[in-house]
Design a protein around this ligand. Structure first.
Ligand code: 1GP
Length: 239
């Protein structure tokens, strides 16, 4: 399924982030069952650092057991799988690490092309969450200060002007402080491509605030890993 068509189907979307290191088959079964009971648009699969060898198995399980599109959210060039539907082709535009702006992409491009995956060019912005996250540590980059919405606005605008089709603002997995609604509101006002927000979304109240501020897609990982019942609780906001 074409992911842009899927994005057009409804106004707001819920993506469940699955970190293959953190979920065994039993846990995946529960995630899929819960997702079928409510409104889940996407599974995002990937991680800043994968230690266990579960990436392909996780995608295979999701593809075999649900029709929800699986989108790779890659932490590095080895996270490419033809079994998925699409890949966020992320350029870390909040940082100045040339490798994550274009270097890794050069290495991955031939592999991604051969895979046949739908490629979603994405301006990826890390926002300071008050503590080092795996994403900020692994990326050797400075996140955007959380009290500087102007920097976030200009960065997102530049990403869109460079042709990126999605903007993803991320506080990082398990973020202590979440991205402010003010920053989300301002960025949304200045771009026309879909805005994805993730990092530390703990439950439906916070999810609703973020959606009301202008997020088009919310991504929830940690809170669901801890309690899969949150899938229905958050998903029902999309009814
Ligand atoms: C992290 O945006 C994702 O890259 C989701 O974060 O695990 O905190 O939900 P959480």
């Amino acid at each position: 399924m074409n992911i842009y068509d899927k994005l057009q189907e409804r106004e707001k979307h819920f993506a469940i982030l699955v970190d293959p290191d953190d979920v065994d088959e039993r846990h995946l079964e529960i995630l899929v069952e819960e997702a079928k009971r409510t409104f889940v648009s996407f599974f995002f699969v990937g991680g800043s650092l994968l230690i266990a060898d579960r990436f392909e198995k996780t995608i295979a399980f999701l593809k075999a057991n649900t029709d929800i599109p699986v989108v790779i959210f890659p932490g590095d060039t080895y996270q490419v799988s033809a079994q998925a539907d699409a890949i966020l082709f992320l350029s870390l535009i909040s940082g100045r690490n040339a490798d994550l702006l274009i270097g890794k992409h050069v290495l991955a491009a031939p592999v991604v092309k051969r895979s046949g995956l739908q490629v979603l060019p994405t301006g990826y912005m890390l926002i300071d969450s008050g503590k080092a996250t795996t994403a900020s540590y692994m990326s050797h980059s400075q996140p955007i200060p959380r009290d500087k919405p102007g920097i976030a606005v200009a960065t997102a605008m530049a990403g869109e002007m460079l042709g990126m089709k999605l903007i993803y603002m991320d506080g990082g997995s398990g973020a202590a402080h979440q991205i402010s609604t003010e920053m989300i509101r301002q960025v949304k006002k200045h771009i026309s491509v879909p805005l994805i927000i993730g990092g530390g979304i703990s439950g439906k109240e916070r999810a609703k605030e973020i959606l009301d501020a202008g997020a088009d897609v919310i991504v929830v990982g940690t809170a669901i890993e801890q309690n899969p019942a949150r899938i229905k609780e958050i998903g029902d906001l999309f009814a």
